[in-house]
Design a protein. Structure first.
Length: 240
């Protein structure tokens, strides 16, 4: 009975040692950092690789350092020229200081998302519709700068902000289509007028040269008669 009791005690001790070792040994991947708290106080960052902690006394929070891609929900915005539209964007950011991201803000992902939404509304609201459609890169940089500066105390680095879609009301879409069609018609008329002007200038230059050259008009007449005679159509020429 004593031998059995010793064996049971040994098994229990071995199991407890295994449990303690499994709790004390942690493996942190290259793309993560472990924020270590000891009795509630911040100790620092651990990892990557194999780390050791004191069970019960220490607690770690893992934080990814990889770039996070997040779709900012569509925001209803009124532009500076009073056009109502819906705008959404894509946010690229990463954690550069895991301890700040855990200690300085309760939920850095949600906080960054909410900040991006409000910044998107405010920046787009200061732009006109034409600027929103044709100068997105400028607006992207403005939003990125504002969000990056605001999230810096949280240990967040905003890599980029890209406005993805701009949804306009149906009546505004039709108005833009009519405007584009009118613009194409205007450009076509200008090109045709410029072509006619250049052609008339060349004809005037040719006429002046022929008039100044002795027998030039007669040679041009004979050439025209030859061209008409070689044409497949039946043509009658009357001369006086």
């Amino acid at each position: 009975m004593s031998l059995f009791g010793n064996l049971f005690t040994l098994i229990v001790v071995v199991i407890l040692v295994i449990i303690l070792l499994s709790s004390a040994i942690k493996i942190v991947p290259e793309y993560e950092r472990a924020v270590l708290f000891r009795l509630g106080r911040l100790v620092g960052l651990k990892g990557p690789g194999l780390i050791f902690i004191i069970p019960i006394v220490d607690r770690i929070i893992r934080t990814s350092l990889r770039i996070i891609v997040f779709d900012v929900a569509p925001q209803e915005v009124i532009t500076r020229d009073n056009v109502t539209c819906k705008v959404n964007a894509v946010l690229y950011y990463r954690v550069v200081s895991a301890d700040k991201a855990i200690v300085n803000v309760e939920n850095y992902h949600e906080a960054t998302n909410q900040l991006a939404q409000t910044t998107l509304r405010s920046v787009v609201g200061t732009a006109e519709l034409d600027e929103l459609l044709s100068q997105r890169e400028k607006l992207n940089q403005t939003i990125q700068h504002i969000v990056d500066e605001a999230t810096d105390p949280w240990g967040i680095k905003v890599i980029a902000v890209e406005i993805k879609d701009v949804v306009l009301p149906s009546e505004m879409t039709r108005a833009i289509a009519r405007q584009a069609e009118a613009e194409r018609g205007r450009r076509a008329a200008i090109i045709q007028a410029e072509g006619e002007q250049q052609a008339s200038e060349k004809l005037a230059e040719a006429s002046a040269i022929l008039s100044a050259t002795e027998g030039g008009l007669t040679l041009r007449l004979l050439r025209s008669i030859s061209e008409v005679a070689n044409a497949p159509n039946t043509t009658k020429i009357l001369t006086c």
